[in-house]
Ligand binder design. Structure first.
Ligand SMILES: [Zn+2]
Length: 194
């Protein structure tokens, strides 16, 4: 199945970073606390973006440190913090305001999956484990398109920086019919060609 192939391309990206990543630094974490952190390390200010094409299918995925999107990574304690998470999930669901694929490729969204790692956590369990303040939380957004003109696929433009202004850059890794690419994009030039 096409989707399976796209996911295996994505797994390759995630397990084999094309660019060596510096260790994540929160400032407030000691080295010992980092040993207990179950989540994949991430760099604040940097969103990871993945684009994978397989014939007519196109996958776009983002992995974002929660700190960049909601301003905190501890388990939400107040109603305001919980609302902020919900509000961010809503923003991620609205992919048309986040990015676009060049229209000549005629891509239509067929599936999307939006998630955050906050909801996986049980607050009491965290307290018992003494790791309440040492968590790293992230948001994930995954979109699958069907493109009727995949040979015309050549551009990705994002409005991410206006929606989430705390993001400094998006590290994009892409695998399309034309090749494999890796590029850091910033608000000053928020597009990517392949
Ligand atoms: Zn973090």
């Amino acid at each position: 199945m096409k989707k399976k192939h796209l996911i295996s391309i994505l797994t390759f990206f995630i397990s084999t970073p094309l660019i060596a990543e510096p260790a994540h630094d929160h400032g407030s974490h000691s080295t010992n606390q980092h040993k207990n952190v179950p989540n994949k390390s991430h760099q604040h200010g940097v969103i990871e973006g993945f684009i994978a094409q397989d014939e007519h299918s196109l996958l776009v995925e983002f992995h974002a440190p929660a700190n960049d999107l909601v301003g905190f990574e501890h388990s939400p304690k107040t109603a305001q913090q919980k609302n902020k998470i919900q509000h961010t999930l809503t923003k991620l669901k609205n992919q048309t305001s986040l990015f676009s694929i060049n229209k000549e490729a005629k891509c239509t969204l067929v599936e999307k999956h939006i998630a955050d790692s906050f909801s996986k956590n049980d607050l009491d369990k965290d307290k018992k484990a003494g790791k309440l303040e040492s968590e790293h939380h992230s948001f994930f957004a995954n979109y699958i398109f069907h493109c009727t003109e995949p040979n015309k696929l050549d551009g990705f433009t994002t409005q991410w920086f206006s929606v989430f202004p705390d993001t400094n850059s998006i590290k994009i890794q892409a695998a399309t019919k034309k090749g494999v690419y890796s590029k850091n994009i910033k608000a000053s030039k928020p597009n990517f060609s392949f």
